[in-house]
Write a protein that binds this ligand. Sequence first.
Ligand code: GLA
Length: 382
Amino acid sequence: MHDRRDSAVFALCVALGSLSTTVEAAEYARSTFGTLADGQTVEAITLTNAHGIAVRIIALGASVQMLTVPDRTGKTADIVLGYANLGDYLTKPQYFGATVGRFANRIAKGRFELDGKTYQLATNNGPNSLHGGVRGLDKVLWKVGEVSRGPSAGVSFSYLSPDGEEGYPGTLMVEAIYKLSESNEISIDYRATVDKPTIVNITNHSYFNLAGEGSADGVMHQLLMLPADEYTPVDTTLIPTGEFRGVAGTAFDFRRAKPIGRDIRSGADEQIVYGKGYDHNWIIGRGSVRTPRLVARAEDPVSGRVMEVLSNQPGIQFYSGNFLDGTVVGKSGRTYRQGDAFVLEPQLFPDTPNRPSFGSARLQPGETYMNRIIYRFSTAKN
Ligand code: GLA
């Protein structure tokens, strides 16, 4: 009797177990996003979970092209800016969702010194080098590697950057591994190895609007929290001055969540004027850590969508979409204008190679560079 009851319970558990694995397994689908002029195919990999989250990554720039997330009523919206077709990514590049590097953010005058030798990078942002130069990691075709489904679905991309590409020393092997879990987390592992000393700083450049891309109100009412006591002020070309400035009493204080737009018109703060809004690096810690920690939390009070960002990096660049100027039409046919999105880029401090007090961006043969970024989605009650 006892035995029979036990085996019935066991059978029920097995049935429930298999039910939950069939219903809850994250999945992937592969498709062709477009074809380059030289005939190479740009693949798109879409990862989905059972809770309404779907993320599509295209092999050009290993870029997030779409990310749908449910609101508090279960209604999904695509919360990242992007284009509908490959042609727009090629002719109107904006770093939408892209992997940026080899050195994300700015290097003053595109110049740095390593082991007594001066390297000159391509300058593509006034006098400075931005996001890896003219043809950075966002503009190259990555190779699609392993694709998997299961408790989390994933896809890995790789790119071999030749010695001297865009002026950077060393042959750099870069990997971007995306995963989507049933617990509503998307993780990106950026890894790199090199055959001779170099500098590296790789991040993701997704533009978020938690109300849905192209929605009428932009992101100025969305709430942002940055757990940082200090940030790195910049000069007029957005290169850090070297100072660590306290956020207390300034427009840069996001330690308690506040609407992104609340202090963005603080004309008295020259930093806001230089950036045409926020385009600065907040200090999470001095130096990278092993385990990702919370670096930002954003919430749309209307839809209830919440996104937490975790990373092992010491800094986070928060950019309030200041250069979106109304000339770009996004994937749903809507124009993107200033303040229509925010970008949160976990990374080293800008211009680290020229600022020993900012830490080190050096990567040596035998070491593995790693930026692990996690986006965790949930909803807040009304
Ligand atoms: C980063 C920079 C910004 C801008 C965008 C791309 O966020 O800090 O100044 O260049 O990339 O437009």
